[in-house]
Structures are given as structure tokens and as C-alpha cells.
Design a protein. Sequence first.
Length: 257
Amino acid sequence: MGLLLQAGKMARDWPVRLLFPPVCLGCRNLVTAPGTLCPECWPGLRFLERPWCPVMGTPFPHEMGEGFLSGEAIANPPPFARARSAVAYGGVAGRMVQALKFSDRTDLAPWMARWMLRAASELITDAGVVVPVPLHRRRFFMRRFNQAAELARAFARLAGLDYRPEALVRRRVTRQQVGLGAREREENVRGAFLVPPQRARLIEGKRVILVDDVFTTGATVGAAARALKRAGAREVDVLTFARALKEDFPSDSALII
């Protein structure tokens, strides 16, 4: 019976596969199943795994012991509790981020969110609501969609969590972060985010998962986390699809995000 059902499903699906064959998420070459990578792209993807800093989520080269923190977490404690990312930025991951952000490839978001779900396993248990990093309305109208919101919506659906994109707004236009140093990035987004008073109830007393596409220096998610906590969020965790690691990018100028 199982074989008959499978055969029936394949017969129903073949016209769709013929008209819309599945393509690699990284390069658009044909693959055997939707949401997968081709043999050429797969080796270029680096999933972030333990051991990592329990706060920043940056991977350690080897096990450092329970509760061991990275230098960045000690020297400059972030306003969020934990940060986690699915993959290292660059290569295939970089192309996927670029395609989602600048080429209207919103079809990538559900597949990217599946990898984010894996990275967020320890965050989901405590979470009460998912909030994306917002775009300013002017930039939203120019781009027509918010890539962070696309990822957050898909992730919240997979995780079974409440999705609240209206809880946080970007109240002023900020410069593009590309090409800015760490201190300039922080200054650029300082005070840029706000929880409207009438929407504070959406996050008050809750643990929030704040979603963005890429974690670079943490300036943007840090400013957004501060706004959420000022409005009454109990705690904020950060989840991104990709993480820019220092060893991969020796200078900010190499980050095209």
C-alpha cells in the first residue's frame, strides 16, 4: 500500500516537476528535490556547530569547558542574551543572502528558515514571540519586502511561535552599514528602533527572538534589542541565517551585506 501511495504521489507531482524543475538554492542548477544544494555548492556551506560561545554563538576551535565565554562577550557584553546563526557568511550562504535581499528571491526564505530552526533549538523552548529587524518605511517601499521579515515569518511558522512584525519599527532612515567600521555602525543605528507604546503589550514580559539575515558586528541587532528591552521584553535572543566570522573577513570592507 505504501508503495502504491508513493507511486500515486509521484504521478501527481511529475507535471509540476516538468514545468518547474527544482533548482539548487545556491546556483540555480537542476537538483533532484526542492530546497537542496547541488554537489558543487554543498561543500561550500559551513554550518555553525558547537562548541560555541554560549552568549555570542561564535564557534570555538575546540571544547573550552562549560560556560566559557568568548573575548567579545567578556569585553563588550551585548544587550541580548544569546545569539545564534545557522551558517557562516560567505560562498553559498553569501549568494543566498544576496539573492534574497537584492534579487527578490523570497522563495529562498522558507528553506533558509529550516536551517535557522536547527540553530535555534535551545532558543525556542523559552521564546514567547518572534520579531524581525524592521526596515524604515521608505526603504520598505523601495524594496517592496523586508528580508528579515520573510525569514522571521517562515521561522515562526516552523517553530510554532507567535510572529509579531508590528512590535518594532525603525523610526529613522539609517545609512547602509556596508563599509562602516564597528564604531560607525553602532552610531549609525543608535536610537533607530522603537516599540510603539500601543504595541508594547505584544512583547512585555516575554522572551523575544529577534530575527535578521546576517550578524556582522551586532550593532543593528544590539540597537533593536535595547529598544525591545526598554519596552518591557523580559529578554531578547538573536537569530540570523548567517554569521560573518572574523577569520573569514579580515576587514569590514570585505562584507557586502
